[in-house]
Design a protein around this ligand. Structure first.
Ligand code: GLN
Length: 232
């Protein structure tokens, strides 16, 4: 083998704070379902990668502009995104849900949002859902780049509610973040690993093959149980 055939190290972008999919532990290491899956798949398939925690919207933009090879960031597989990106097989079911402060008894339905502010995260499926019902229910949307800012905004009373993927909202509530969900979840895309359309096909193939192996050998269930408990 010569230098030109040397194995490529893929650059993979992720979100910064999207627990339980990616977040920093007490020692500042990035952990979470996405990162454990990626690590296990890379080991299974024998590829090397460098992780770039950029934030969700920045990660998607970095992929679109070819600054990274792939994105794993609880990224929903949507028809619109399929025009720009190629997605792996789905690895987790999601969909946005409305969260409010647990003390708040005034917001029981979307009708109760009339004239109020709603917080969403830039470029997400939750943001797109909020935009799709904004005119019907007459609320205003404020956007933030980071999931933690949504909780801070609602806690501080700046916004009456926020929209975010239900596994992330449920995880935050279970961790005691002081929020609650008055309504059920909305339909949404499942999570997939993304590469730029028509590029890094071999990486996508390895991701799918590794994911299938992990589902087969129990490692997928092990990772889910580690972050979600035995009852996921
Ligand atoms: N699943 C959502 C989306 O793809 C949010 C992802 C995220 O915030 N990391 O838009």
């Amino acid at each position: 083998a010569n230098a030109a055939e040397a194995k490529k190290t893929y650059t993979i972008a992720t979100d910064t704070t999207f627990p339980p999919f990616e977040y920093q532990d007490a020692s500042g290491n990035y952990v979470g379902i996405d990162l454990d899956l990626l690590k296990a798949i890379a080991e299974d398939q024998g590829f090397e990668y460098r992780l770039q925690p950029l934030g969700f919207n920045a990660a998607v933009q970095a992929l679109q502009s070819n600054n990274v090879d792939g994105v794993i960031a609880g990224m929903s597989i949507t028809d619109e995104r399929k025009q720009t990106f190629d997605f792996s097989d789905p690895y987790f079911e999601a969909g946005p849900i409305m969260g409010v402060d647990e003390q708040n008894t005034a917001i029981m339905s979307y009708e109760d949002l009339r004239g109020l502010r709603v917080a969403v995260k830039t470029g997400t499926e939750g943001a797109a859902f909020a935009e799709s019902i904004r005119d019907q229910y007459g609320f205003t949307i404020v956007t933030f780049d980071d999931s933690t800012q949504l909780i801070e905004e609602v806690k501080a009373g700046g916004s009456a509610a926020y929209f975010e993927d239900y596994p992330v909202v449920a995880y935050g509530i279970a961790q005691g973040n002081g929020m609650k969900t008055p309504l059920g979840k909305e339909a949404g895309g499942s999570y997939g690993f993304a590469v730029n359309k028509g590029q890094n096909a071999e990486l996508l193939e390895m991701f799918n093959a590794g994911l299938a192996n992990l589902r087969e050998n129990g490692k997928y269930d092990e990772i889910m149980a580690k972050y979600l408990g035995e009852s996921f």
